[in-house]
Design a protein around this ligand. Structure first.
Ligand code: ZN
Ligand code: ZN
Length: 259
């Protein structure tokens, strides 16, 4: 089995200090490729460096909506420059977070639109973070995303109805360990309607540990096998076949090289 963790934060303190062992445990579990996703200028630089050190590790660059209040013209110039590094495979995470509301909605909207513009210019896919802001996110994608080739709604926590809207737009959907939670019936219903050529998996580690590892505070890529097992069962497939299908989807989405 060769799974790709399409959204992990390997430069975050909880994992970065022990990244060699994290990667080793991940490989042993069958999660053999990683997209380390970034959230601010400092992390963006670290991610590019880290991705250069490990085979099958790639980086993304982006400014999280939480940081939207601190963005200057220079931040955007640097973002665009970093995005052209050979280890960078996507723009993000970007989007809207009206749950935590750490920054003004107006700033979040403007920053999201800027990310979409950069992604279109550089021909890179986009990782969308959307929390309690579904209609606004769709509106911005519609208005500013026409040049964007591929976009994924990461850590999907919406309904089957919302998943259908996302799919109708041609976008992808990625699930975290949340799908394994007992009370996440609605998310499983959503996952049920997502075809395998639009479905990806992620840990979003160090957060979102799947069952039965939920008590373990720090999530890591190795645990993604539990999420894969849960979804394979939901889709009534053998885990190996399920893994093969979504790995092909992830490779195509991020345009990863075939070895
Ligand atoms: Zn996110
Ligand atoms: Zn994330």
């Amino acid at each position: 089995m060769e799974l790709i963790d399409t959204h992990c934060h390997l430069t975050f303190e909880e994992l970065a200090s022990d990244v060699d062992s994290v990667v080793e445990r991940s490989r042993a579990a069958g999660v053999t490729s990683w997209i380390t996703v970034e959230t601010d200028t400092q992390q963006n630089r670290k991610a590019i460096e880290l991705a250069g050190k490990f085979k099958n590790m790639y980086a993304t660059v982006g400014i999280h909506p939480h940081e939207a209040g601190n963005v200057t013209a220079e931040t955007i110039v640097e973002l665009k420059k970093l995005a052209q590094n050979e280890n960078v495979v996507a723009i993000g995470e970007t989007g809207l977070d009206f749950h935590y509301d750490f920054s003004k909605h107006e700033d979040q909207r403007r920053l999201f639109a800027r990310h979409l513009k950069i992604a279109a210019e550089l021909n890179l896919p986009v990782i969308v973070h959307c929390r309690e802001a579904f209609d606004d996110t769709m509106e911005i994608l519609e208005r500013h995303g026409c040049g964007v080739k591929r976009a994924v709604f990461h850590c999907f926590g919406g309904s089957a109805e919302q998943a259908k809207i996302v799919l109708d737009y041609g976008f992808y959907i990625s699930f975290t360990g949340v799908v394994t939670f007992k009370n996440a019936e609605a998310v499983r219903e959503a996952a049920n309607i997502v075809p395998l050529d639009r479905l990806m998996l992620e840990t979003d580690c160090p957060y979102m540990s799947p069952e039965p590892m939920r008590k373990q505070k720090i999530n890591e890529p190795a645990f993604m096998t539990h999420t894969a097992g849960c979804l394979a069962e939901l889709k009534q497939m053998h885990l190996a076949d399920f893994a093969k299908a979504i790995t092909a989807t992830s490779k195509a989405f991020f345009a990863l090289p075939d070895e």
